[in-house]
Design a protein around this ligand. Structure first.
Ligand code: XMP
Length: 328
């Protein structure tokens, strides 16, 4: 187990397959020594860090690992299915899948303040995870996908380290954070060496509150569906034209406003879909990607043809600052 929170200066940057494999071999040994015959619990979001921790722990302790995937109903199209396929069907890991969509959307109904939305999503996530944890017996460890930038940022006072998992008092586990001394590029290298699919390992950043902050204002199920479908189209088209590997973060936003349109000779009042595609190094500042017009037009045509309730497609070319990357 890595006990230090300081990366030793002598630690080589894991930038080759061989170094990744050496790290995995060493961690597997240490994790087995740390965990023994006990059980480890992990909240598996499907993001890079928790996925790599899941694969690493499965390699080390197999069935003693219990992953809990909470679907808060704000995930992107195909994400929960991929988590189930990769971890349960292919890896054969122990995976508890909880579809809590209705609970989250009911709690969010009518709430339009971005900060309140984030609080509800974060709080309910812990409640749902804690309920699942209480159903399990013999869990001694809680695994987390903490990475080195999280530790550096919490030391610098930039953001609170999610070190205690935020779980209630009756659920105090020993922490197991096997990638906490790694930088993001090293976590990706380790994930690839563990056999995780590229679209999981090289995934763009995705906020914890998910599509909830892209269905701006009070979330409704129909507008959330428009966010999810338009996001899937954008991702597919970016995959096809090679922008997926180049642009740092890209997504769609559907605000709660309508404009006049005309479809089949009838007046409509439909939403706009806003495309955001930004480049950044650390998310503190961002520039807009100059998407070629032919790609934009293809995306527009598909969104208008395939997404219900939408009549306009806009491209947001704002910079951060003064705009932020997300719309709320
Ligand atoms: P902003 O919108 O502040 O976003 O320019 C900067 C980066 O942070 C992500 N983001 C979040 N991530 N929880 C998260 O885990 C959040 O509440 C949250 N808000 C924004 C955003 O996607 C971008 O990469």
């Amino acid at each position: 187990m890595i006990r230090t929170e300081v990366r030793p200066e002598t630690m080589a940057r894991i930038n080759t397959r061989e170094l990744a494999e050496a790290f995995i071999a060493e961690q597997v040994k240490e994790l087995r020594a740390q965990i023994g015959k006990d059980k480890v619990l992990l909240a598996l979001s499907g993001g890079v860090d928790s996925s790599v921790v899941a694969a690493l722990l499965y390699r080390a302790v197999g069935d003693q690992l219990v992953c809990v995937h909470v679907n808060h109903g704000l995930l992107r199209k195909g994400e929960p299915e991929q988590v189930i396929r990769v971890f349960r069907d292919e890896m054969k890991a122990n995976l508890v899948y909880v579809d809590a969509t209705d609970r989250f959307l009911d709690a969010l109904a009518g709430v339009d303040s971005p900060e309140k939305k984030r609080k509800i999503i974060g709080g309910l996530f812990i409640d749902v995870f804690a309920e699942e944890a209480r159903k399990l017996e013999g869990v001694k460890f809680l695994a987390q996908g903490t990475i080195y930038p999280d530790i550096l940022e919490s030391k610098a006072g930039i953001k609170a380290h999610h070190n205690d998992g935020g779980l209630p008092e009756d659920l105090k586990f020993e922490l197991c954070e096997p990638v906490k001394l790694l930088f993001k590029d090293e976590v990706r290298m380790v994930g690839s060496a563990l056999g995780l699919p590229d679209n999981m390992v090289y995934r763009q950043p995705f906020p914890g509150p998910g599509l909830g902050v892209r269905c701006t204002g009070a979330i409704t199920r129909d507008r959330l569906e428009a966010v999810r479908e338009s996001d899937a189209i954008l991702r597919e088209e970016f995959d096809k034209c090679g922008l997926a590997g180049k642009v740092w973060q890209y997504f769609t936003v559907v605000p709660p406003l309508t404009s006049t349109g005309v479809r089949d000779g009838k007046r409509t009042e439909d939403w706009p879909v806003i495309i955001r595609a930004v480049n950044s190094v650390d998310a503190m500042s961002a520039t807009a990607e100059p998407i070629p017009y032919d790609v934009l037009f293809k995306i527009r045509d598909r969104i208008i043809a395939e997404v219900k309730g939408v009549s306009r497609v806009l491209y947001d070319i704002s910079l951060k600052p003064v705009a932020t990357i997300e719309w709320e």
